[in-house]
Write a protein that binds this ligand. Structure first.
Ligand code: DAH
Length: 363
């Protein structure tokens, strides 16, 4: 066997045994590289007599071409294999992690603060609510003008459950008598307009004393603008006991806002009307931006309206199954959207639900 044949066999054996592109490249260099075995043969041709050169030259050239093409083929195969098989040594792909929505961040903060003040966090409650819980039990009987404060999405009753349709107040009023008759216990169905119905639901199944907060989603049939959405959130707070009073409320709400905005915040109470509380009030906090001096956020008043509160109305305690001569309590609502807007300087409530990633990714 001549030397060429020997080198050829050796090279082909090595190529066949190689299992990755890197070792194949090593073999290529060993035979075809600048000082590779085949290259050396080609170089040595120069010293041979012409006759021998004529025979050896083409042979060596052919060997080089043959090995070269075998290596190229093999490399192709190895690369194909590499791409189809799982290579655990390759660096992994970075997985994009999501993050919390600004509303979730704020809601979590609010919940943490109330929890640290010994409030129990009650989950949910139904978003499809009955007229009884949303209105009547909260001292808002039918035809009470206070119902006008809540533009309501009513659910049609004269359709089967899975075909239920939403109607608004006007359409509803136009509706025929049969559709107005209740087909469910507790009256007609609606999308709850506030989280206050949870006051009744909770009282019905629990004994005082207690202090709870209930975060939840609510709905209003309203035109949207920078501060109104048809779907938003509320956190309902309720504390009931034998001697719970409004100064307890004032302390708790001041403590809450001071912890939330991490600075001492004064709260102001002013009379207002909500049928389910007596006395009813509105609470305002010292402007978190200017501290009360007056700025664009507080419209130069120094104060920011937050939401309603009051001492739970005797009728509401009764509806919850309590004796108002024995128990009393306060209730208030908090709006997570309003708080998030103040905290992060968000100008338009519609941004929360717009799904625009340029907004969401800032948090
Ligand atoms: N439910 C009221 C609303 O949606 C807010 C509210 C007012 C809640 C007074 C309360 C309260 O608990 O005492 O407009």
């Amino acid at each position: 066997m001549d030397k060429n044949e020997e080198i050829r066999n050796e090279a082909i054996k090595e190529i066949n045994n190689s299992s990755d592109p890197a070792s194949l490249e090593g073999i290529r260099i060993k035979y075809l590289g600048r000082s590779g075995k085949v290259t050396m043969i080609l170089r040595s041709l120069a010293e041979l007599p012409l006759e021998q050169k004529k025979i050896m030259g083409p042979k060596a050239q052919a060997l080089r071409a043959e090995l070269d093409s075998i290596i190229v083929e093999k490399k192709k195969k190895l690369l194909e294999k590499k791409h189809s098989a799982l290579d655990v040594t390759r660096p992994g792909k970075k997985i994009g992690l999501g993050h919390l929505h600004p509303l979730s961040i704020v809601e979590k903060e609010i919940i943490d603060i109330f929890r640290s003040m010994s409030f129990s966090v009650i989950d949910g409650g139904p978003e499809v609510e009955t007229e009884h819980y949303n209105f009547d039990a909260l001292n808002i009987p039918e035809n009470h003008p206070a119902r006008e404060m809540h533009d309501t999405f009513w659910l049609s009753q004269n359709l089967t459950n899975n075909k239920r349709q939403m109607t608004n107040d006007k359409e509803f009023r136009k509706g025929d008598i049969s559709s107005r008759q209740s087909s469910v216990v507790g009256g007609r169905l609606l999308l709850r307009t506030h989280t206050s119905p949870m006051q009744i639901r909770y009282m019905e199944s629990h004994k005082p004393p207690f202090q709870i907060i209930v975060p939840g989603r609510v709905f209003r049939y309203e035109a949207t603008d920078a501060s109104h959405e048809i779907n938003f959130n509320q956190i309902e707070c309720l504390m009931v006991g034998k001697d719970v009073n409004l100064s307890n409320f004032k302390f708790i709400i001041e403590e809450f806002f001071s912890r939330l905005f991490k600075k001492s915040i004064t709260v102001r109470l002013r009379p207002s009307y909500f049928p389910f509380v007596e006395p009813g009030l509105e609470y305002l906090i010292q402007c978190v931006k200017c501290g009360g001096k007056g700025c664009n956020i507080c419209k130069n008043s120094g104060w920011l309206e937050v939401m309603g509160a009051g001492m739970v109305h005797p009728n509401v305690l009764r509806a919850g199954g309590y004796d108002p001569r024995e128990y009393q309590g306060f209730a208030f609502g908090v709006g997570p959207e309003r708080i998030a807007m103040l905290k992060y300087n968000i100008p338009d409530i519609r941004m929360f639900y717009g799904g625009d990633l340029r907004f969401i990714n800032q948090f």
